[in-house]
Ligand binder design. Structure first.
Ligand code: PMP
Ligand code: GLN
Length: 388
């Protein structure tokens, strides 16, 4: 039998590859983005409670109404937004499924989708499997600012969607209000949709504000915004997220969602609905993670890794060109094998494999792990081996 792949260039994600290598070598794992500390005991107990209390049959297709109400309330608390829980919110199996549904619902074969690279790796395959054509705009280090005139020049009559991600994985950069206004201007009077991946909305530092696409009326009407409780409440393995979009877009989104998964884990939805009533559960996150970012930076202050700016997410990028001129894939493999530390090569976030000699480190880790990582990385002096 001949299998004709719809995604012939897709292999195993870099996150699985690096985490497997870290495990094989017993390395400190700052590669794949996940916390190595537990989710709140209160939240975990709530999930157990609802499991045992028998809330174990299908949830309503768009998500439990109680959870959707709390999601709408969170948008009000955070951004002063009016969101209709009945028609504008759908609970999904993580942000990944929300992103997939948004793309599958609107991208027709031959449609172009603008992706800003470096980019999180689930966008492109979702576009391609639906017959769309990714069109790439490359942001430039060290600050990865977007030149919206250059993005504008990529727009054609076939442009169906622009995907943005703020705070941004892997670079830790954020979009400012001026970026959102430029995007608003660029899309006004067009049929271009915006898919705004905002899974790190609460992981934003130095007193900066998250500029959600939902805060800009001209963008709100054409945007689908996606979120992840896994990021917000330190339980990436639970895979619960959601999408917010205006009713006419949400109607189409749900057509895909209801046949793609129908509904997601019910006991967890009940638990999240209760837990979200206390806004401090998410309002405390910037301070919590900023401390971790600063600990990693101070641990690496005397290393030969040069930090790139990090305004958000739980990732910080480092230029390693003072240590090695080897490609980042080779450098990260060597780091695991020789120094017991796993990082992500940032070239994995470029379709072209563009290599800027930059690695991504995840700081969603305990203080102990961050200190161990600091010690390991301060010992990395040169690639030739005089360093161990
Ligand atoms: N978007 C970005 C930018 C991410 O980093 C991730 C996380 N891993 C996701 C989407 C997917 O989130 P989830 O685990 O909720 O599917
Ligand atoms: N978002 C996580 C990261 O960037 C990984 C998610 C995954 O492993 N699919 O590291």
């Amino acid at each position: 039998m001949q299998v004709s792949s719809k995604l012939p260039h897709v292999g195993t994600t870099i996150f699985s590859v690096m985490s497997a290598l870290a495990q094989e070598h017993g390395a400190i794992n700052l590669s794949q983005g996940f916390p190595n500390f537990p989710s709140s005991e209160k939240l975990t107990n709530l999930v157990c409670h609802y499991l045992k209390a028998g809330y174990n049959q299908y949830a309503p297709m768009p998500g439990l109404s109680g959870l959707r109400e709390q999601i709408a309330r969170k948008a009000q608390v955070m951004y002063g937004l009016e969101v209709d829980p009945a028609e504008e919110v759908t609970v999904t199996a993580g942000a990944t499924q929300a992103i997939y549904c948004a793309i599958a619902a609107f991208v027709h074969p031959g449609d172009e989708v603008i992706i800003l690279e470096p980019a999180y790796d689930c966008y492109r395959p979702a576009v391609e499997v639906n017959g769309g054509k990714p069109v790439v705009y490359e942001m430039q280090p060290p600050d990865y600012k977007v030149d919206w005139n250059a993005v504008q020049s990529l727009v054609t009559p076939a442009t169906r969607m622009i995907i943005i991600n703020t705070p941004h994985n892997p670079t830790g950069s954020i979009l400012q209000a001026s970026d959102m206004l430029a995007l608003q201007q660029l899309t006004t009077g067009t049929d271009i949709l915006v898919l705004s991946d905002e899974v790190y909305e609460h992981l934003i530092y130095d007193g900066q504000e998250h500029q959600s696409v939902l805060r800009f009326p001209g963008l709100r009407e054409r945007s689908l915004a996606t979120y992840s409780f896994g990021k917000t409440f330190h339980n990436t393995g639970w895979k619960i997220g959601y999408c917010i979009a205006p009713p006419e877009l949400m109607k189409e989104f749900r057509k895909v969602h209801q046949y793609n998964t129908f509904a997601v884990h019910r006991p967890t939805q009940h638990a999240l609905a209760d837990y979200l009533k206390d806004a401090s559960t998410y309002q405390s996150l910037p301070a919590f993670y900023q401390q971790k970012r600063d600990l990693l930076l101070s641990e690496l202050k005397d290393s030969r890794l040069r930090p790139l700016p990090c305004s958000g997410t739980y990732f910080c990028n480092f230029d390693y060109s003072a240590i090695s001129d080897k490609p980042d894939a080779e450098f990260t493999r060597w780091l695991i094998e020789e120094h017991g530390l796993a990082a992500i090569p940032v070239s994995a976030f470029y379709e072209s494999g563009k290599d800027e000699r930059v690695i991504r480190l995840c700081f969603a880790k305990t203080e102990e792990t961050l200190r161990e990582a600091g010690k390991a990385l301060r010992g990395v002096v040169s690639h030739s081996g005089s360093d161990s």
